[in-house]
Write a protein that binds this ligand. Structure first.
Ligand SMILES: *[C@@H]1O[C@H](CO)[C@@H](O)[C@H](O)[C@H]1NC(C)=O
Ligand SMILES: *[C@@H]1O[C@H](CO)[C@@H](O)[C@H](O)[C@H]1NC(C)=O
Ligand SMILES: *[C@@H]1O[C@H](CO)[C@@H](O)[C@H](O)[C@H]1NC(C)=O
Ligand SMILES: *[C@@H]1O[C@H](CO)[C@@H](O)[C@H](O)[C@H]1NC(C)=O
Ligand SMILES: *[C@@H]1O[C@H](CO)[C@@H](O)[C@H](O)[C@H]1NC(C)=O
Length: 492
């Protein structure tokens, strides 16, 4: 009885961006009003005598014409029209209603109708589709920049997914989108939207994913409280003000990305209540206060990225990360951190990536860092660290050039530690043997370098090359997290 399509969750969006590769969000197609069965395309529909509702059919012709897809107007029954990108469902009288429309060349294997980017627009006839649940436009209006039409707010009784990605939209996020109170996914990634985030979005209490990244939004982040929100992505905007404490009431958050904005103030204490959080990226803002003590209770966190915030002379409390037993990525570069590296970090044995470079950390590398068996990348360069490096041959060999220690005040390695044996022979670690005088760094470099000096790149070239590879690695881990997220969604 149940057709194949009702078993399949609706594929809602593929979020592709070069920096954070992708997130796949899947929602169920739970309770559906008067409609029977699951969504169907022309490929699966075979009910005898079924036909598309006449008004909706006219609306589809309008919408297709407005995107340069005039071919569709030749199709006598659009729900039987056999094109990807339209899904329909029958009611009890065997009349088909359009429930999903998608446009844009998303990938090689999704053949949604493409838009003529120079003259496409969203036809107002969309409001004549009273059963529409999913509306998806990808790279559609790029050369015909236009605002997001406020009439989309009239789809409030049914719309669950609104994706307008990389469409070149200009102007504000329409206040009317706050009328779409059944929305689960709102994705306006990478347009040229400006103005501030409308407070009306706070009415979208069923949202699971809100992605407004890659726009030019200004003003503060409103005090939202979304009970089931999993993903909140506002990266690459011009958002200002402080992070609202209400964020802590969005209890279902899995991913928060506010990176590359102009946020100031401190991370609110309430954030400690986010017990499902896996990824938090607040990098490249202007946050200035110490980390809240509550952050240590984020025990599901796997990636914490705060680099590029000029925290004023913060020292890290020894128990700052105590509860983060699952932490894999910790990126705290260029934050003006002072004082010692917390020894407690060495007990977070899931850690794979640690970046503490470009700070003013002093003291020595905690000896228990040698217990971080999963560590594949450690950047401690450009600090004021002293004393022996606690790694032997095996760990040094494993991390190779992803172990960056140069430009510290007095790091060294013990003669019998095996440290030097683990080094890539052409790699200058930037540190020398302990208990020998180091009159100048030039001497040290000479000491560690290979006889074949002609193949040795200069220190500068070296560090930039290594940095590139390392960030590639971070990207790969992000990708893994995205897959984790996908399974989390599938599991719900
Ligand atoms: C789904 O429908 C059933 C009855 O058909 C109802 O009991 C239930 O509350 C509905 N769930 C939602 C989420 O609307
Ligand atoms: C939609 O929202 C706007 C402003 O948020 C409001 O003025 C309007 O009445 C709403 N329209 C409908 C159809 O609910
Ligand atoms: C948004 O950008 C448009 C130009 O695309 C400009 O006319 C408008 O003033 C801007 N609005 C705000 C609030 O910055
Ligand atoms: C680290 O620097 C602070 C000043 O920022 C200083 O008080 C402290 O003694 C230093 N610790 C070590 C081990 O050098
Ligand atoms: C060494 O690191 C400090 C930060 O601790 C930085 O200010 C300085 O510019 C670095 N020196 C070089 C030569 O890169």
């Amino acid at each position: 009885m149940a057709p194949f399509f009702s078993l399949l969750p609706l594929l809602i969006s593929l979020l592709i961006s070069p920096a954070k590769p992708f997130t796949v969000i899947v929602s169920d197609s739970s309770n559906q009003s008067a409609l029977l069965d699951g969504p169907q395309t022309g490929f699966t529909m075979n009910k005898k005598g079924a036909r598309t509702e006449a008004r909706e059919q006219e609306a589809i012709y309008d919408i297709m014409r407005a995107t340069g897809n005039d071919w569709a107007t030749e199709i006598p029954d659009v729900c039987r029209g056999r094109w990807h990108g339209i899904e329909c469902m029958p009611d009890k009288d065997n009349v088909y209603h359009v429930v999903s429309l998608s446009f844009g060349a998303l990938s090689d294997d999704t053949a949604f109708p493409t838009c003529d980017p120079a003259k496409s627009y969203i036809s107002k006839s969309i409001t004549k589709l009273p059963h529409l649940r999913t509306l998806f436009f990808y790279r559609c209006f790029t050369y015909n920049p236009q605002p997001i039409p406020s009439f989309l707010g009239q789809l409030g009784s049914t719309l669950q997914t609104l994706v307008l990605r990389e469409n070149g939209h200009v102007g504000p996020v329409p206040t009317e989108l706050g009328n779409l109170t059944r929305l689960k996914v709102l994705d306006l990634h990478k347009n040229n939207l400006n103005g501030s985030m409308p407070v009306s979005l706070g009415r979208l209490t069923q949202l699971r994913s809100l992605d407004l990244s890659g726009n030019k939004l200004t003003g503060p982040i409103p005090s939202f409280s979304f009970p089931v929100l999993n993903v909140l992505d506002l990266n690459q905007n011009l958002l200002m003000g402080s992070i609202p404490p209400s964020l802590g009431s969005c209890r279902s958050l899995i991913k928060i990305d506010f990176s590359r904005n102009r946020l100031t103030g401190s991370i609110p204490d309430s954030i400690g209540g986010l017990r499902e959080l896996i990824l938090m990226d607040l990098s490249y803002n202007r946050l200035s206060s110490p980390l809240p003590a509550s952050i240590r209770s984020l025990n599901s966190l796997q990636a914490l990225v705060l680099k590029g915030n000029p925290m004023g002379s913060t020292t890290l409390a020894d128990d700052a990360f105590e509860g983060m037993k699952g932490l894999m990525i910790l990126v705290l570069s260029n934050m003006n951190l002072h004082g010692p590296i917390p020894e407690s970090l060495g007990r977070l044995t899931s850690l794979r990536v640690i970046h503490l470079d470009g700070n003013r950390l002093n003291g020595s590398i905690p000896a228990n860092f040698k217990d971080l068996k999963n560590l594949g990348e450690l950047r401690l360069n450009d600090n004021q660290l002293t004393g022996p490096v606690p790694f032997g041959r095996e760990m040094v060999w494993k991390m190779r050039r992803k172990l960056q220690l140069y430009n510290n005040s007095g790091l060294c390695y013990d003669a019998n530690s095996g440290f030097e044996d683990g080094l890539d022979s052409s790699f200058d670690s930037g540190i020398g043997l302990c208990n020998t005088p180091r009159p100048g760094s030039a001497r040290t470099v000479q000491h560690l370098s290979t006889p074949d000096r002609t193949t040795m790149p200069s220190t500068n070239q070296k560090s930039s090359g290594v940095g590139h590879k390392s960030s590639l690695f971070v990207r790969m881990v992000y990708q893994t997290l995205a897959v984790v997220l996908m399974f989390v969604f599938l599991g719900r």
